[in-house]
Ligand binder design. Structure first.
Ligand SMILES: NC(=O)C1=CN([C@@H]2O[C@H](COP(=O)(O)OP(=O)(O)OC[C@H]3O[C@@H](n4cnc5c(N)ncnc54)[C@H](OP(=O)(O)O)[C@@H]3O)[C@@H](O)[C@H]2O)C=CC1
Ligand SMILES: CC(=O)N[C@@H](CCC(=O)OP(=O)(O)O)C(=O)O
Length: 341
């Protein structure tokens, strides 16, 4: 399969390269970076020496590359302008940005502060959370890959919301992300001296992942969904840790419920009762590890979810979606264990 990557010099782009370059069923034929066009990929990323023998290209040239599938690992507002030319030619696309994730265009425009230039493809796009939409993803031409926070939060709440066991009007997600979540672009708040040895919340009054998570949860239930979502910046490189709270409306064996819901899911691991999953247990992997608790047997379910924001939260999930779309084994190239310690 011939694969192209637009935005190959960013963090999710290099993660796509790390995971795809070792596969013998995939030929990477195109990697773009406007700033790096003409330079060798392994000059920018020596980690790929011996694995990727390509130069960065200009994104405009991808239309001539005749790819089976193209990834957009670009900032929000890019794919909606560039991908339609490929989509109209029949190329399949996985967009890692938020351009095609929200079905309500007015809501997207409010949260992203831009006019949407391609609502017709938003309608046709399939949201790329395989644990919810596996069949639709397999036949989609355009997949909107979920955001990093939305992946962990939706997977953690999924069994509870789907089974109607919680008050969906009072859900709480307290979530922490490593700094690569902010991308590779230079910015003062992301400097080592600014972000390390410190910890803070941000976006408390509103983060653009709120409508995405609420849209996903609403698709799991006929009930009204309302979420309080507070993101935090953790002084680590990779990893998301979500602590999710929901009021139970009945007595239920939560451990059994979670184990049954994810029994056939290759990339969701329900840990034994009482576990406290760590971000390092998923570093570099496509796994989301969950643990479900009911402290003191009172009526609140507390779900802990960890994932690597660059893998299950971005590039790994994008490849999981690619595998489904191209009729390849879903887990192909994604089963390596975490790097420890
Ligand atoms: N980082 C994360 O953990 C996650 C990120 N995402 C989303 O994935 C996307 C990529 O994120 P990330 O890799 O972190 O971003 P980076 O900022 O690290 O990289 C962005 C890439 O896009 C390219 N790019 C920028 N502007 C354009 C443009 N107008 N046309 C073509 N290429 C462009 C850049 O190269 P150049 O400018 O040289 O062309 C670079 O290769 C974003 O939409 C992000 O929100 C989603 C989930 C998690
Ligand atoms: C730590 C950090 O800054 N994280 C990013 C989320 C990254 C992501 O998933 O962004 P998209 O939805 O745009 O794809 C943020 O809060 O903006």
């Amino acid at each position: 399969m011939r694969i192209g990557i637009i935005g190959g010099s960013g963090y999710t782009g290099v993660e796509l390269l790390r995971l795809l370059s070792v596969r013998d069923d995939i030929e990477i034929v195109f990697i773009s970076s406007r700033a790096q066009a003409g330079t060798r990929v392994d000059a920018l990323f020596p980690s790929l020496r011996g694995h990727v023998d390509l130069l960065f290209s200009d994104p405009d040239d991808v239309t001539d590359a005749s790819c089976d599938l193209v990834f957009y690992a670009t900032p929000n507002g890019t794919a909606m302008n560039q991908a339609p030319a490929l989509l109209d030619k029949g190329t399949r696309v996985v967009d890692l940005s938020a351009d095609f994730r929200l079905k309500d265009i007015a809501v997207w425009e409010r949260w992203y502060g831009m006019t949407h230039t391609c609502p017709e493809w938003v309608e046709k796009a399939v949201y790329g959370l395989p644990e919810m939409y596996r069949e639709e993803i397999a036949s989609a031409q355009l997949v909107a890959n979920p955001g990093c926070y939305p992946t962990a939060v939706q997977l953690g709440f999924l069994p509870l919301v789907e089974a109607g066991l919680v008050d969906t009007g009072s859900l709480i997600a307290d979530v922490k992300s490593g700094i690569t979540g902010a991308g590779r672009g230079a910015s003062v708040p992301n400097l080592l001296a600014e972000a390390s040895d410190s910890f803070k919340a941000y976006g408390v009054s509103g983060h653009r992942h709120l409508p995405e998570i609420e849209q996903g949860l609403a698709n799991m239930t006929a009930e009204n969904v309302s979420l309080t979502f507070t993101p935090h910046l953790l002084p680590i490189i990779r990893g998301i840790h979500a602590t999710l709270y929901a009021r139970l409306n009945q007595d239920v064996d939560l451990q059994k419920l979670f184990e049954a819901r994810f029994a056939d899911e290759p990339f969701v691991d329900v840990m034994p009762a009482g576990a406290h999953p760590e971000t390092r247990s998923v570093r570099g992997t496509n796994m989301c590890r969950l643990a479900v608790h009911q402290p003191q047997g009172r009526g609140t379910a507390v779900v802990l979810a960890v994932e690597d924001n660059l893998v299950k939260g971005a590039a790994g999930q994008a490849i999981q979606n690619m595998n489904l779309m191209l009729g390849l084994p879903e887990t192909k190239g994604l089963l390596q264990p975490a790097l420890m310690p």
